[in-house]
Design a protein around this ligand. Structure first.
Ligand code: UT7
Length: 328
């Protein structure tokens, strides 16, 4: 069975910066509260002219350039997102913009776990030999769906995109993956459809409407994350005969610095091995892992051959972990 390697990364964020100080003009909060409780100082937000595709395409191009792969060599494009420009999916527009004419393209929705779920999906296609080269993008513009009057959520989220290129090769560098879902906890974090009944003909009422803003029970999600994520990572490492001291980098979904610290502590992974860039971007949902990975690779932190453990968690509720060696 062929193995899988991650051979390139890229990212893109919108230019406008929304700082904690800006938020104090919008809701009753303070820079001190947000920094102490989350570690976030600022986030990027897409202006009204910027689409999800506008962020996904430059992230993808940067990943392709690093990988040395031409768009027409791609077999598959997966766009992990919960905020597509088009409910029918935005992956095909990314495909067209890249000129990846041979590639199959589709969206995948698993909220903040989207990147890890996308990685798992890409690996299936590569390991069966069906495809040779896959572009996986995580991108979200949650600023479209945040309730900017809700101080419990509006302080957290930011917009961005990150991408990786994966290829099939003999040496398998994706050492393990573990996914999970628990729909019983769905009410803790969601962005649900709000229907207005419309009578078409007497006796037949359909629903038309839009989506409500993000609803989150922060404490419940926090508890879930610090309980489930270390358990999942421990299980994954155990199954693949790995130990936490063999991990070079812990790359968690960038939700809250306190969650990153608590998970690292439970795993016994020292703070200097924890990748964190949420101070400048907040929680960018499906983009957060590839965005942080790309920065760490470009800054020379993550080196070829090093072992990275990653984990996403969020709405669904969903969670997923993966362990891989960076590069061929
Ligand atoms: O990507 C998916 C995942 N999402 C997450 O991982 C989010 C996980 N949850 C969290 O990160 C944290 O729960 C939050 C950062 C959202 C909230 O932090 P917390 O320490 O759990 O605060 P809390 O909700 O327990 O609120 C503590 C107090 C409350 O006041 P009282 O009732 O003690 O008087 C809140 O009303 O802080 C108040 N509060 C705020 N104060 C100033 C809540 N939000 C704010 C705010 N500024 N923005």
């Amino acid at each position: 069975m062929p193995g899988v390697a991650l051979i390139g990364s890229g990212s893109a964020v919108p230019n406008p910066i929304l700082s904690n100080h800006h938020l104090t003009q919008m809701v009753e909060t303070s820079d001190e509260w947000v920094v102490t409780r989350t570690g976030i100082r600022e986030r990027r937000v897409a202006d009204s002219q910027t689409s999800l595709v506008d962020l996904a395409v430059p992230a993808a191009r940067a990943a392709l350039t690093m990988a040395g792969i031409a768009p027409e060599d791609l077999d598959l494009i997966i766009l992990a997102t919960s905020s597509a420009d088009d409910l029918f999916g935005s992956a095909c527009r990314v495909q067209a913009a890249l000129g990846a004419n041979r590639a199959v393209a589709f969206d995948l929705t698993a909220a903040c776990s989207g990147f890890v779920f996308g990685l798992a999906t890409a690996c299936q296609f590569l390991r069966t030999g069906a495809y040779q080269r896959v572009l996986l993008i995580g991108a979200d513009i949650l600023s479209r769906w945040v309730d900017w009057h809700d101080r419990g959520t509006c302080i957290l989220f930011g917009d961005g995109a990150g991408a990786v290129v994966l290829q099939a090769q003999a040496q398998d560098q994706v050492l393990g993956i573990e996914l999970g879902s628990d729909g019983r906890l769905n009410a803790c974090l969601n962005l649900t459809y709000q229907a207005q009944p419309q009578t078409l003909v007497p006796g037949l009422v359909v629903a038309q409407g839009t989506y409500r803003p993000i609803h989150m029970d922060g404490q419940e999600v926090y508890r879930f994350a610090v309980r489930q994520v270390p358990l999942t990572i421990e299980k994954m490492l155990f199954r693949h005969s790995l130990t936490p001291d063999q991990v070079d980098w812990l790359l968690l979904h960038q939700a809250n610095q306190r969650i990153l610290n608590a998970v690292a502590q439970r795993l016994g992974i020292p703070a200097h091995k924890v990748i964190s860039n949420l101070e400048h971007y907040g929680n960018t949902s499906a983009a957060s892992i590839p965005l942080a990975l790309d920065e760490a690779v470009r800054q020379g932190q993550v080196q070829p051959g090093q072992v990275v453990v990653t984990a996403g968690f969020g709405a669904g509720l969903t969670w997923g972990a993966a362990v891989f060696r960076w590069g061929v």
